[in-house]
Design a binder for this molecule. Sequence first.
Ligand code: TRP
Length: 366
Amino acid sequence: MEPKEKIILTGDRPTGKLHIGHYVGSLRRRVELQNSGLYDKIFIFEADAQALTDNIENPEKVRQNVIEVALDYLAAGLDPAKSTLFIQSQIPELCELSFYFMDMVSVSRLQRNPTVKTEVQMRGFSGESIPVGFFTYPISQAADITMFKATTVPAGEDQEPMLEQCREIVRKFNNIYGDTLVEPNILLPENAACLRLPGTDGKAKMSKSLGNCIYLSDSADEVNKKVKGMYTDPTHLQVSDPGHLEGNTVFTYLDAFATDEMVAAMTTDYQTLQEMKDHYTRGGLGDMKCKKLLMSVLQETLEPIRQRRAEFEKDIPQVYEILRKGCEVARETACQTMDEVRRAMKINYFQDQALIEEQSRRFASK
Ligand code: TRP
């Protein structure tokens, strides 16, 4: 279907507080998109039901993190007056749509989904012990996206296979039932550093279990301590040694966070980040100087977020109220889409006056 409106939808599983990888990978962009005024509607949601697909024995974890993530959203600058913030489990229509989508996807197609494959391995599920709900979450995610007729899904590259599968479902649905749903596009982060921010230890990904995260809610002291301990270039032993940027986490973070204006304002020797990189690779620039700059850069970015978080933390009932209202708004859209879906699928018996009349005539002429 040709979309009439530009609609953003995206979300996170509330399994932990959000870290700076989430921030550069998606959150910062969402706030920019929200404030750009280019979109007709913006839906940001907490995928708590999806989080439960592999946390079914640990509902408390999800419940605790729903409020943490909401605070992170608000602290980062998502504004409930501009974006609808809601919780997946409170929209029962999502289950309904998933139920019909399940008839349009084969087991082998799900098995081929690269994200599912890696996640199955990561969680150590073997063969047929995978929970059905976990295995089929790409289908439920397609429902999340299409329910709101999203045209644009800002997300990390790991979500690309989900979007691909979603588009397949949309095409299949529209082919069978006529133009109803909208094919979404993914909107990836601008630069490579933001695509997947490594952990402070240099490992490929920030993750709570590896203990290599910098959280949006960390204090300035915690951030500085973590930066001091960061992985750099193991071959850069003396200040005079030439340093390497490749795989050097401090520079990856600078790429993700530092603008040239920040570099010029916060150092005495460089106008741009490139000048500093050149000095580092030539030799003669120590790691600690680079880390000091990173501390200032992170401090400048995170301090306003921290302050907003502290404000919202003072009134937690209000934060739940923001989410409750968001759910109400999201549900209106969901009910509208489900009406259209039921009509297209010809399961809207009681709204279909023509059906009732047709059946009356058929039985009358018997
Ligand atoms: N799978 C996403 C994640 O793990 C969360 C998510 C669920 C999502 N439904 C979505 C993201 C729909 C974008 C669109 O972070």
